[in-house]
Each structure stands twice: as structure tokens, then as C-alpha cells.
Ligand binder design. Sequence first.
Ligand SMILES: Cc1cc2nc3c(=O)[nH]c(=O)nc-3n(C[C@H](O)[C@H](O)[C@H](O)COP(=O)(O)OP(=O)(O)OC[C@H]3O[C@@H](n4cnc5c(N)ncnc54)[C@H](O)[C@@H]3O)c2cc1C
Length: 393
Amino acid sequence: MMAAAESAKRGLVTLLIEKNEYMGRKLRITGKGRCNVTNACDVRTFMANVPVNSKFLYSAINRFPPSAAMEYFERLGVPLKVERGERVFPESDRAADISAALERNMRECGVRLLRAGVLGIETENGAVSAVKTDRGAVSCRAAIVCTGGLSYPATGSTGDGFDFARSLGHTVTPPRASLVPLTSPGTLCRDLMGLSLRNVAVTVFEDNKKIYSDFGELLFTHFGLSGPTILSASAHMRRFGERSYRVEIDLKPALDEQKLDKRLLSDFEKHKNNDFINSLGELLPRKLIPVAVRLSGIDGRTKCNSITREQRHELLTLLKHFPVEIDGTRPVSEAIVTSGGVNVREIDPRTMRSKLVPGLYFAGEVIDSDAYTGGFNLQIAWSTGYLAGNSVI
Ligand SMILES: Cc1cc2nc3c(=O)[nH]c(=O)nc-3n(C[C@H](O)[C@H](O)[C@H](O)COP(=O)(O)OP(=O)(O)OC[C@H]3O[C@@H](n4cnc5c(N)ncnc54)[C@H](O)[C@@H]3O)c2cc1C
């Protein structure tokens, strides 16, 4: 929609081909229906949040930075607000407002709409000549492929653009999941299924080296871990198969080791004649207690007054470094973002033009670049779409 509007503004006859019944289907579910539309940061900070091919995006982000995107949406009549971590949302908290504004703008700029599924892109003498759809072919001088990735395919992002690119000679970095729940071997997570922890600190280790930490919410599921901290963490875990990964959860981040030790001492004193398993009710959620007792190595029936200093120390270490082995991610269809895509070396970063096929352009998630959470992925779509729309033909 961004690319089409910008192209039409320049007086080009522009047709947007969308296979869904309505526009912006994925956009409407972004940010849990609130749409984290961008991040109110400078270009440098933006780049630091793009782990894959950030250099390629430099021109696009400089030409249409987050500040420009914010102005753009406000000018389209969507007031915005900035929240924690510079995340930008519509004041209305309605993602549909962003989608509707883009659609309205696009129509006002003169973009025509064709509801059809694109089947491929045709060339004549090596240059784009037509777009083949299930409702016939449309001849054209240029085509911008904005088909997204492979995530949440029910929204329409079914990876078709990767096939179009491949069939025109482009290489596509194999798509994989990013911002995705993590899988864990064994039964630990299954035993804790449904348990949601708020205000915990999460640290990721790659081959025992700390690579990421975050604070917030986490959820145990039948397959492993999910929730906001985990989705963010997953974007940093890119070498499954080559490296081993472990997540450590600090269940009591507000208490340093000394304070937690004092707290354990006082809880054990209070429950001195009770079984250990019955002493943790004020410290941990109910579901976690039997698992924590098992992992602590202390027999649950041990009386609290006979727990040794060493045992208490073991328990403390467990509470501050609760370990969860991670062996992979859920599939790309369940990921917020698809990593991989059309090889950036084959796209001109100043125009989004294919270096291989005259008249072919790319924008958005179909390109091999993706970012962390915080509004960065949509900003990549806005910036590359803006650039493609302003460069086409
Ligand atoms: C649940 C969820 C929440 C998210 N929340 C955020 C957020 O808050 N902030 C953020 O920055 N990012 C978020 N993202 C990521 C963001 O939505 C994507 O990066 C972004 O939508 C990519 O835009 P795009 O235009 O490249 O592709 P898409 O939004 O995937 O759009 C591609 C469009 O192309 C159409 N299409 C595909 N193939 C064909 C074909 N053959 N013929 C015709 N039409 C076709 C599709 O129907 C679709 O409408 C979220 C993603 C998900 C799944």
C-alpha cells in the first residue's frame, strides 16, 4: 500500500494486486491488534536493532526514517503515541486505523485495486512485461513484489514472492523463523504448561556464553517457552544445529543473592517444622513448586530446620538461574517474522530495484532482512516500500 501510493503520486498508472478479500490483513493483527507501527529512534539505534543485512537498509531508512513514517501517518489522520522502549502505536490502539489510513491514501492517490492471486511475473527480452494472475495477465513496465514472508500464512503471506524471485533468477536465502516460540527437550516445560511468569529476567546462553538478556513476561507451553521475552530472545538465536542454547530464568530479579538468601532463611524459620515442599508457597507460583523442589535436589519431605547451608545455596542458585534447555524454534508459520528471503546483493539498496531483471522491485519482508521487536519490522516495510514506490520506472 505504501509502495503503490508513492508510485501513483508520481503520476504512474499503478495497480495493486491483493489476493485477500480485504487489505492489510496481517497489519490488522500486528502488536496484538494495536500495531506497533514504528520505533521513535534515530537511524543509528534503528540499525542496531536489525541483526540481518542492516547495511543494505541504510539508504531506505535514511530516506524514510521512523520520524518520517510518524509524520506520514499523522498526516493521514492517525494520531500516534510513544510508549515504553520508544514503541509507537496509534493513539486509538487500533491497528485497523493504520490499515484503513493506508488504504484510503492509496485510493486517493489513484491506485487501482485488483483482487486476484498473482501466479508469476513475465518478462520480455529479460525485462518485466506482465504480471500473471488467476484472473488473467496484466501488462506492465514494472512490478514491485511485496508479498511478505512465510509467517502466519492465513494472513496471505504464503511465500509466493520467493518463488517469483527464484523463477526470475534471484537467489533466496532459505526462510526461517524469527520472533518465534522456542522448543525444549524433556518434560520440564510440559510439566509447567500454562504457567505464565511476569517480571522475570531471562538470559540466553549460546554454547554457555551469555548473548542476550531481557526482563518481562514468559509462558511455559507444552512444547517449550513463549511470551514476549522469549519471542524477542529468539531473534538472537540463529545457529541451531551448530550451537547449543539454554535459557536461564531469574525467578526473583528484584532480590539479589544476599537478599534472597535472607528471605529463604526467614521462610525456612517460619516453616521450621514443616516439610520443605510446603515452605515455598509465598515465594513461588503453586505450579512451579514441585518442579523447583525436584530440581533443587532436596527431598520435599525434609523438615525446613534441617536444610543445610549448601542445600539452601543450591536452591538459591536454582531460583536465580532456573535453566531451560532449548533445542529449536517452532516453525516459520508460527513466527512473527520470516528471516531469509531475496538475497540483498541482488537488489540495489538505493532503489529496491532488482539488479538482475529490469523493471522488477522488492519491498518488505520478502527481502532478506529482519529486525527485533519494537516496530522495526514494519518500519522496514514502510521504508523499502516508500523507496520502491519513489524509484519504480
Ligand atoms: C502476529 C504478528 C504481529 C506483528 N506485530 C508487529 C508489530 O507490532 N510491529 C512490527 O513492526 N511488526 C510486526 N509484525 C511483523 C510485520 O507484520 C511484518 O513484518 C510486515 O507485515 C511485513 O509487511 P509486508 O508488506 O512485507 O508483508 P505482509 O504484511 O505479509 O503483506 C503481504 C501481502 O501480500 C499478499 N500476497 C502474498 N502473496 C500474494 C499473491 N501471490 N498474490 C496476491 N497477493 C499476495 C498477502 O495477501 C498480503 O496481504 C507482526 C507480525 C505478526 C505475524
